[in-house]
Write a protein that binds this ligand. Structure first.
Ligand code: ZN
Length: 350
């Protein structure tokens, strides 16, 4: 593929959220993950009650798509052996039945045993709860909207759990894969969201808002699409995570220039309240730390050695799992330590 030589951009000296000034925390760097052109740094908001990280310079909106020329939202998931798949499915069902009321017909002993197994897996219980984005079992015909649905993997899972899912994404190749799964999906962004037929009982934004130049507008539109009492579930990288503190410019969660803003729990909670939603819980999780920290180790090594290809070797995998376990312990002392922020909010019932 021929890459566009430049992405047009402009300086962004003020915080896109609160308009306060900021200071540089990440010096301009190239996109060594997916080869987008340009040099991109991050600023941090000096307003202590905000603390947003934002990309500086910021790409022109009309050029944002150029950052995705080699970025795939439609990669096939890693295939697991059938034995491991069965075990993971068993533990997942135990967790979802025990904490989110999904009726999988497991006995009390099995849900307890499966939940104990979940605790000793590297990702912990969060890893299994996130497979349903912390959404409780739907009673009756409940509609779910997956914003940034990609190839529909999450939608298909939620359909098997009893939800009626619909999805929106800008990637036509990924959407073709979703359609092949028999899923209802629509191509586009905020304009498409404005045309969706309300109401939805749940809306999911999983690793989406950090990519958006209009995250506030999208969250407000989601609020409009929700039924009274409906649920918004959101997942995004955490700028205050242990991983960012350790790896800094090599932290996988930065991903310039596709990630435009990196949030923290405070600012995300404020955005949700400003959109008229009631936060139900906000927390951080180490469930994705093995992946994020493994890639951060590989990125640091690649930059140090001048290699051209990102390679995660065995010791990096072992170290990433070890760091993930340390992060799980750190979470007992600091709620902000996790690599990702999970937020669940509800629309007022009346
Ligand atoms: Zn700010």
């Amino acid at each position: 593929m021929t890459l566009c030589p430049t992405i047009r951009s402009k300086r962004q000296p003020n915080c896109p959220s609160c308009n306060a000034g900021g200071y540089s925390v990440i010096a301009p760097q190239s996109d060594d993950l997916f080869g987008a052109p340009g040099l991109w740094g991050f600023m941090k908001c000096e307003n202590l009650s905000c603390g947003l990280l934002w990309l500086d310079p910021a790409p022109f909106r009309d050029d944002l798509h150029l950052a995705y020329q080699q970025y795939l939202t439609h990669e096939s998931p890693q295939l697991l052996s059938s034995g491991r798949k069965r075990l993971e499915s068993y533990v997942e069902r135990a967790c979802l039945q025990r904490w989110l009321n999904y009726p999988f017909g497991l006995s009390a002993a099995h849900t307890l045993f499966g939940s104990v197994l979940a605790m000793i897996t590297p990702a912990g219980i969060d890893g299994f709860m996130s497979s349903a984005m912390f959404l409780h079992h739907p009673i009756g015909n409940r509609r779910l909207l997956d914003v940034g649905c990609g190839d529909g993997t999450f939608m298909a899972r939620m359909r098997s759990f009893g939800w009626i899912p619909e999805g929106v994404d800008f990637d036509p190749i990924a959407l073709d894969q979703a359609k092949a799964k028999g899923l209802t999906v629509f191509e586009g962004g905020i304009a498409t969201l404005k045309q969706m037929e309300a109401p939805f009982d749940a809306i999911v934004l999983s690793h989406v808002i950090e990519h958006l130049p209009n995250a506030t507008e999208v969250i407000r539109q989601c609020e409009k699409l929700l039924a009274p009492g409906g649920c918004l579930a959101l997942l995004t990288p955490n700028s205050e995570s242990l991983g960012f503190r350790i790896f800094h410019e090599n932290w996988r969660g930065l991903e310039p220039p596709r990630h435009l803003c990196i949030y923290n729990q405070r600012i995300l909670t404020n955005m949700i309240i400003d959109a008229g939603l009631i936060p139900e819980f906000v927390t951080t999780s180490a469930r994705g730390a093995r992946y994020i920290l493994g890639y951060s180790l590989a990125l640091r090594e690649m930059r140090k050695t001048g290699a051209h290809k990102l390679k995660i070797n065995l010791w990096m995998r072992v170290l990433a799992i070890t760091l993930q376990q340390l992060e799980r312990i750190a979470l007992q002392f600091s709620r902000a330590a996790g690599e990702e922020i999970f937020l669940v909010a509800r629309k007022r019932a009346t």
